[in-house]
Design a protein around this ligand. Structure first.
Ligand SMILES: [Zn+2]
Ligand SMILES: [Zn+2]
Length: 433
């Protein structure tokens, strides 16, 4: 009996020494690659590229991944790069994802490596800037690829690195992003068991992590409503059908979905009309009115219910006034939904690296993220890492997409360490306390 207990204790001690060895090797490798990560990130920041036009970024990424000896596939969903790292032992497949695209924003940070690039967006020449911080995501994942390659013999399983184009949405008339990568089978060969992604933000201070299990970021759809009435003189409205009055009734009725028809203690929903166009002159009742809006939900079933309710209100309010209406709701992005078991498994790793009190549960976020398409197919975990400098208070945080968006480079090694350890710990099946 005693021998048996001793054997168990020795086994535990041996296992923890082995684990520590890999953890230590990863920590050392993160430090070693840090200068490169900073340089890659500055280079990518200075050369931002719009969605589906990430040619230079993609070349930089694939060249690096090839230099590590990985199996690299390019041209996935236009400019995407996918690389496979096979560990020395059999095991599951974990995917790590970084998005690569920049935005049509003129940079105003004044940084020495600020972008002066120009690009074409919807036929117009625009400034281009990494105003959402995707330059950081690319550099972090390039670093993690190098770190994990350096310990590959000890990894029980496979890591798939996914460098994704067009997270901000492909240009009009084009496909792209996570959805297109999935259509091109990025989650097969080898089949991905789980996927991890991160976003950098000034929402949180450098050194901290924000996460939320289950519905984290919103599902977003845009919609367009066209109301057809009957044009007439503004002095004789009874001789026509006024689509402006019908439109206002539709707008008011749509707001009752959130205020009267959804259990808001459980399910936050936002319905916003952002555009209402009708008419050309004060004394003409126009024949048509156009409305556009956005819908945000945090649960797939609630999303379907809200869509049904919107359709019903639009049709029946128009009908009640003798008008007709058509509605088109786009497929948009699903809920960024963090798998509960995977989140529970991975959060202790983040706490170990960043510190117990630096990894915080956060509120839902009304923005959408196309990482959600991956999470519809396989269990996924998406989290925020802090990019706000320590001396800037939360009240002065610069939002993503601002021309002044700025990230503290201290976030980079933390990102590399986080991604590397999350992958290694997932493969090793390590669970938290
Ligand atoms: Zn963005
Ligand atoms: Zn983003």
């Amino acid at each position: 009996m005693q021998h048996f207990t001793l054997a168990i204790i020795l086994g535990i001690v041996q296992a923890s020494i082995l684990a520590d060895t890999l953890d230590t090797k990863i920590a050392i490798a993160v430090k070693a690659v840090n200068e490169d990560v900073i340089n890659w990130r500055r280079d990518i920041h200075q050369h931002p590229e719009l969605s589906n036009r990430e040619f230079r970024t993609s070349a930089l990424v694939s060249e690096h991944l090839l230099s590590l000896g990985l199996e690299v596939e390019t041209g996935v969903a236009h400019t995407g790069v996918v690389a496979i790292l096979r560990g020395g032992k059999p095991g599951p497949v974990i995917a790590l994802r970084a998005d690569m695209d920049a935005l049509p924003v003129v940079e105003k940070t004044g940084l020495p490596y600020a972008s002066e690039m120009k690009g074409q967006y919807q036929g117009i020449e625009v400034g281009v800037m990494h105003a959402c911080g995707h330059d950081n995501h690319v550099a972090i994942l390039m670093g993690a690829a190098q770190v994990l390659t350096s310990v590959k013999d000890e990894l029980p399983g496979t890591v798939k690195f996914i460098f994704q184009p067009a997270e901000e949405g492909p240009p009009m008339g084009e496909n792209g992003g996570a959805k297109m990568m999935i259509e091109e089978d990025v989650l097969s060969n080898p089949k991905v068991d789980a996927i991890i992604g991160l976003h950098i933000a000034q929402l949180s201070r450098v050194g901290t992590v924000l996460y939320r299990p289950l519905g984290f970021m919103a599902s977003a759809q845009s919609f367009d409503i066209e109301i057809t009435g009957s044009q007439t003189h503004g002095a004789q409205p009874w001789s026509g059908i006024d689509p402006i009055v019908v439109g206002t009734q539709i707008i008011n009725s749509l707001q009752t979905i959130v205020s009267r028809q959804i259990d808001i203690t459980k399910h936050p929903v936002v319905i916003t009309i952002g555009r209402f166009e009708a008419g050309v002159r004060h004394n003409i009742v126009p024949g048509k009115a156009l409305l556009s809006g956005t819908i945000r939900t945090f649960d797939a079933e609630v999303r379907t219910q809200v869509h049904d309710k919107i359709r019903r209100i639009v049709q029946q309010v128009a009908e009640s006034q003798g008008a007709t209406a058509t509605i088109y709701i786009d497929s948009g992005a699903p809920v960024t939904y963090n798998d509960l078991a995977l989140t529970t498994q991975l959060v202790p790793t983040l706490k170990e690296i960043y510190g117990e009190d630096q990894v915080m549960l956060t509120d839902r976020v009304g923005l959408a993220e196309d990482f959600s398409f991956f999470q519809e197919r396989v269990p996924g975990f998406f989290f925020f890492i802090g990019g706000r400098p320590r001396d800037i208070p939360a009240s002065e945080a610069i939002p993503n997409h601002s021309p002044f968006f700025y990230v503290d480079e201290g976030a980079l090694p933390l990102g590399v360490h986080g991604m590397s350890r999350l992958a290694a710990d997932y493969l090793r099946g390590r669970k938290g306390e």
